[in-house]
Design a protein around this ligand. Structure first.
Ligand code: GCU
Length: 669
């Protein structure tokens, strides 16, 4: 069935016009290893799948290997030195008949094979290749918010893949398919459990289960990591405290790390959410984030492990603007974190909204390894039923200029370590993967998994080029398909911004589930879990003043970046109401007053979804009926709900400002 299980690794026969002379894998290598065997097997599978034509007797060959495994590669004296442990070269030799895929390591070779096959799948020329690729980011991780009962926090694709009950004995073959898909896009690590962690995950039975997963993933170059609950010394260690400066607590973590490494020698390390949303942490004992992170770093350090310490911290007891809290709690500790700690910064400072300006910590921590955390699962963008390709959202953040070392100091250059010379670099994506047959809950959500991996490999890559590859591999390389499909994808996130949170508005979703409109949400236990806290609409105007006259969050940015946000003549209107509270009559650049512009954008979002529907309808000839129908049904849901968002939001804001709708705008029902 064409249910999408194969993801972007379909290897169906290419249209005749896109086939080159069939190629065959060269002779098997001198030595073998699990990764090399996988590379050879993948190559064979891809070549014969994509081009089932019978190869001639002197068919061109694809040789793969490292200098150790292949005499040919060793003899060629290729410039492999700068490729590191994961990079690769793909080169067609002067004879025009032999293409080599070479790397220093077997994993590098496997990555190279996936790249080669991608070129074939997308209809690129493969007869004269000279490709060199090295990942710019060292730790490219999925964060699974998976609970031990197999529920997934903010997961919209079924249950957790990890069948904890039957592990470690039952090794579901799907673990291998998962690892293969990740390897194909360069992901090299998986945090198995939710950041809202249970201490149970660090007990002996669960360590054995995690070890079984690590064994399954290892040949694909994927390491296992665990979220650690800071109070574990109390809950599973029999101690009275989790104070990071207490010797018994330190001994607990050291012993725990030793125990884990005994079972998983290449264990990656810990991810920690501490002192955020009620989670325990070092501040419970009057200690700092650095105290907590460094204690864990010392425990895993001797084994080569790392600690990813999240900067997504906020407390509702702190009445100040929530957007300021991450920076306020971390900036003072720049330079105090151990070398094997990476502070993991969620973008943005509020919470994975459809649009947020870049997090002010980027560029502000030159002496602390900072990693970027994005959310692949669409908690705030319509779950799996709304089509929103997130590549452009991440690209927008990565391209944002922090001005930390003058113009061109982009977030990408912070994240890839170049700007500040970080010793370790990280990109983490909160996974959208579950037990659904199509893995992600919808066909198009697979693109977000795919794009995350590709951008983590190269944070300066073009999200449009990535979309083109994905669409070609997943559906059809025919340009008559990829053209309109990529256009749909590239506009899809902006459509969501338009019908949910236009012009810099944010966090207007229904309380706690975050699906559907709720701009009226107020009251309850926390101000910062309401919508009125964020939009601050009243009879006179709307928006969150984060300039000097308001919360002054803008001062957390470097002066040139701050000026770009606070100066009304400079600010990009996409961020307008994030930083400014303005009268409904404020003249926007379209010439329309703010209120009219807002309504116009809401309606534009609905029309964009209609545009996607129309476009998708024309693409039926290129897509199998099953997947085509599924996407069409989802788009119909999205159309209906975009209208719901538009009508509810317009009606609500109108109930506050009492203004008439602009001409031609239909009143909400
Ligand atoms: C969001 C999300 C929570 C999650 C939190 C986090 O607030 O709604 O479910 O736990 O982010 O990133 O820790």
């Amino acid at each position: 069935a064409e249910d999408g299980y194969d993801l972007w690794l379909r290897y169906r026969p290419l249209p005749q016009a896109m086939r080159t002379e069939p190629r065959i894998p060269g002779p098997p290598s001198m030595s073998s290893s699990p990764a090399l065997d996988l590379a050879q097997g993948e190559l064979q599978r891809g070549l014969s799948g994509l081009n089932p034509d019978e190869p001639g007797l002197d068919a061109p060959t694809i040789e793969l290997g490292t200098p150790k495994s292949s005499a040919l590669v060793a003899g060629l004296k290729l410039p492999l030195k700068d490729l590191g442990d994961e990079g690769y070269l793909i080169r067609t030799l002067a004879d025009g008949k032999t293409t080599v895929i070479a790397a220093n390591t077997d994993i590098g070779v496997l990555y190279g094979v996936f790249h080669y096959l991608r070129l074939m799948q997308t209809g690129a020329r493969t007869d004269k290749l000279d490709v060199r690729s090295v990942p710019k980011v060292r730790y490219r991780l999925l964060n699974h918010w998976d609970n031990l009962d197999r529920s997934v926090e903010r997961g919209y694709a079924g249950q957790s893949l990890w069948d904890w009950w039957r592990l470690p004995d039952v090794k579901d073959p799907r673990y291998l398919d998962y690892a293969r898909a990740n390897a194909s896009i360069g992901i090299n690590g998986a945090v198995l459990n939710n950041v809202n962690a249970k201490s149970d995950s660090l007990t002996a039975p669960y360590i054995a289960k995690a070890a079984a997963l690590a064994d399954a993933f290892r040949p694909y170059g994927i390491k296992v990591y665990l979220s650690a609950r800071f109070s574990s010394p109390i809950e599973i260690g029999g101690l009275k405290t989790a104070d990071p400066l207490d010797p018994a607590v330190r001994a607990f973590w050291k012993a725990k790390a030793d125990e884990i490494y005994k079972a998983i020698p290449d264990f990656g390390g810990f991810l920690v959410k501490a002192n955020s949303e009620g989670q325990p942490g070092p501040q419970d004992y009057g200690r700092t984030h650095a105290d907590g992170a460094n204690m864990l770093a010392q425990a895993v350090g001797p084994h080569g492990g790392i600690v990813m310490w999240r900067a997504f911290v906020y407390s509702h007891e702190q009445p100040d603007d929530r957007a300021k809290q991450g920076y306020a709690e971390f900036k003072p500790f720049d330079g105090q974190f151990a070398e094997n700690v990476i502070v993991q910064v969620k973008n943005g400072a509020i919470d994975f909204q459809p649009r947020e300006p870049f997090h002010p910590l980027f560029g502000a921590m030159p002496k602390t390894n900072l990693g970027l955390e994005v959310q692949v699962t669409k908690e705030y963008l319509g779950f799996s039923t709304h089509l929103a390709y997130l590549g452009p959202m991440w690209e927008e953040v990565l391209k944002a200029d922090t001005f930390a070392a003058g113009p061109g100091s982009t977030v990408a250059k912070v994240v890839d370590g170049k700007l500040h010379g970080y010793s370790r670099t990280l990109m983490a994506g909160v996974a959208n993967i579950g037990t659904d047959r199509d893995w992600s809950g919808s066909q198009f959500d697979q693109a977000n998994w795919y794009a995350f991996g590709r951008l983590a490999w190269d944070p300066e890559a073009s999200s449009e080029a990535i979309a083109r590859d994905w669409a070609a591999m997943t559906f059809s390389p025919d340009r008559r398909f990829t053209g309109p499909a990529v256009a749909m994808m590239m506009g899809s996130r902006e459509a969501v911004v338009d019908y949910m949170t236009p012009i810099g508005l944010h966090h207007l979703m229904g309380r706690s589930h975050h699906y559907g409109p709720g701009p009226w949400v107020s009251g309850g236990e926390r101000a910062d879990w309401t919508s009125v806290y964020y939009h601050k609409a009243d009879k006179a105007g709307i928006g969150f003043d984060r300039t000097a006259s308001g919360s002054n969050a803008v001062a957390q940015y470097t002066p040139p970046a701050a000026a770009g946000f606070s100066d009304l003549s400079k600010i990009d209107e996409k961020d307008l109401l994030w930083f400014h509270h303005l009268p409904w009559t404020y003249p926007t650049r379209s010439g329309r007053p703010l209120w009219d512009e807002l309504v116009t954008r809401y309606s534009r979002g609905v029309r964009s979804v209609e545009g996607m529907q129309a476009s998708w309808a024309t693409l039926a000839p290129y897509v199998d009926p099953e997947r085509h129908a599924q996407v069409a049904i989802y788009l119909a849901i999205q159309r209906r709900e975009a209208q719901w968002w538009r009508d509810a939001s317009v009606a609500y804001f109108q109930s506050i400002n009492g203004l008439p709708l602009p001409k031609g705008e239909a009143p909400p029902p």
